[in-house]
Design a protein around this ligand. Structure first.
Ligand code: NAI
Length: 250
């Protein structure tokens, strides 16, 4: 039995890495997937992969830092499908620099995509979910919102904020049958991590706290998102789901 049969899911940053794996998995489980990304070409590649395997997906261009685009995309999605059952706020960026080297513009950019992007997603989708009688939001935190990593000040701060934003939305919207949880991946084999995957010294350093000594594959994170999106997690809200190879256990 498909676990997301009849559901409509909107995923941000679904042109690459974890977001792409989530889009493909959700479609396999019967969801109609609205693949969004700032990068149209990569988003379309995800759609093609889904539809060529018999799944249902469409692409909508969305820069998560743009509130106007958010409103347009939500409106278009509702016109098309009548509802959005699942939102995955997945889009995120990382700029790795020391606090003193990081420019004010770089700080703003990371906070804008990771934190404002997640806030906008919640804000603009909640009215539609309320009207529909419920929904599920999955925000994407990180182990770097639980513990800090050197040279990632804006990223760490944004992800810590996403975790508590998740709880704030969850407690306000439980009465509307809307569940909101935070998926916290550990080190995953995606383009975001390329420098650490390529360089043996950096790799050794970043994997040191983990007890499972490898990068996660994106699908291993997507399975967590699927659990949070499905009714199997019906008693879960305002919580973190940490999938990190034991990184934060040590
Ligand atoms: P990725 O770099 O492979 O993919 C990110 C996607 O987001 C890209 O398709 C990109 O075009 C899109 N994007 C960037 N800026 C955007 C914007 N303004 N609006 C819309 N889309 C935008 O990244 P990855 O690794 O798949 O990360 C996905 C999420 O998981 C991010 O929130 C990241 O912080 C989080 N995460 C990743 C971890 C990892 O080890 N890869 C670990 C913990 C969390």
């Amino acid at each position: 039995m498909a676990r997301l049969k009849g559901k409509v899911a909107l995923i941000t940053g679904a042109g690459s890495g974890i977001g792409r794996a989530e889009a493909i998995l959700f479609a396999k489980e019967g969801a109609k997937v609205i693949v969004t990304d700032i990068n149209e070409e990569k988003g379309q590649e995800t759609v093609k992969e889904i539809t060529s395997n018999g799944g249902e997906a469409i692409f909508m261009k969305l820069d998560v830092t743009n509130p106007k685009q958010w409103q347009e995309v939500v409106k278009k999605a509702i016109e098309l499908y009548g509802k959005i059952d699942i939102l995955v706020n997945n889009a995120g960026i990382l700029i790795s620099k020391s606090i003193e080297e990081m420019t004010l513009e770089e700080w703003d950019k990371v906070i804008k995509v990771n934190l404002y992007g997640t806030f906008y997603g919640c804000k603009f989708i909640l009215p539609a979910m309320k009207r529909a009688g419920g929904g599920v939001i999955i925000n994407t935190g990180s182990i770097m919102g639980i513990v800090a990593y050197p040279n990632e000040v804006a990223y760490d701060a944004s992800k810590g904020a996403v975790r508590i934003l998740t709880k704030a939305v969850a407690i306000e919207y439980a009465k509307y049958n809307i569940r909101v949880n935070c998926l916290c991946p550990g080190n995953t084999r995606t383009p975001m991590n390329e420098p650490w995957i390529k360089d043996p010294k950096l790799r050794e350093e970043i994997l040191r706290p983990q007890v499972i000594k490898r990068f996660a594959e994106p699908i291993e994170i997507a399975y967590g998102a699927l659990f949070l999106a499905s009714d199997e997690s019906s008693f879960m809200t305002g919580a973190d789901l940490v999938i990190d190879g034991g990184y934060t256990a040590t």
